[in-house]
Design a protein around this ligand. Structure first.
Ligand code: ZN
Length: 231
């Protein structure tokens, strides 16, 4: 199967020839590809597939992409808020127990310590306050990274290497074919300096990247399956 992403990128051409394996060449028209796209489950993955590989099509679907990205982050933002609030209440309760009268017991002191540590952890795990305002920039940067991945230099993006008569998984990239983009590049892509990126934005960027890349991969696999049925 040819790379379905490349295929999608060539959607403006009238007829596309691509190798279907076993030496066969199929002629695919725009209608074939559009029809196959309809078999890709609607949702984040499909919007990303178009945003990454068929920008002309995605330009008409900005609102859908926005809604899907918002739907992705909303539960996580709410979870973080709840976790922070609950941790604050736990610290308050631990303090109230101590302040109720009489000397604080060792157990009460330990409970306050534990609750304070939980609060610090919850606060550290929270995304920046301005995450929602920065979401369009973050999403664009993530989409660019998915569409222009850093190909592994050891295996040139193949994920495997030929050693003698054996095909072995590439050690440098663990067989993925791509290596992570540097913090410096990611920081530049979202208009921050590297230390601010590391301190503040890395968590949310990586969270988005993992989920958006997975969604895009699943959609690409569905498109590939639909195209091989059409061929
Ligand atoms: Zn590699």
């Amino acid at each position: 199967m040819a790379n379905v992403r490349e295929l999608l990128g060539r959607l403006n051409q009238q007829t596309i020839r691509y190798d279907v394996g076993r030496g066969g060449i199929a002629e695919l028209t725009n209608q074939d590809i559009a029809a196959a796209l309809a078999f890709v489950e609607p949702g984040l993955g499909r919007e990303l597939l178009e945003a990454c590989w068929w920008p002309d099509g995605a330009a008409l679907r900005r609102k859908q992409l926005r809604d899907q990205v918002l739907a992705l982050v909303q539960p996580e933002l709410r979870r973080q808020c709840r976790a922070l609030e609950e941790a604050r209440i736990d610290v308050g309760i631990a303090k109230a127990c101590i302040g109720w009268g009489g000397a604080a017991t060792a157990e009460q002191a330990r409970e306050l310590e534990r609750a304070t540590a939980r609060l610090e952890r919850a606060a550290a795990e929270c995304w920046p306050r301005t995450t929602l305002e920065s979401l369009p920039t973050l999403a664009q940067a993530v989409i660019r990274e998915i569409a222009h991945p850093n190909l592994c230099s050891d295996c040139e993006g193949r994920g495997h290497r030929v050693a003698g008569e054996l095909v072995v998984a590439c050690i440098a990239c663990s067989g993925h074919g791509i290596t992570p983009m540097s913090d410096r590049k990611r920081a530049a892509a979202i208009g921050r300096d590297e230390s601010t990126y590391r301190q503040t934005w890395r968590g949310v960027y990586q969270w988005l990247l993992v989920r958006m890349r997975d969604a895009e991969s699943q959609a690409a696999a569905q498109l590939a399956a639909a195209l091989s049925r059409a061929a």
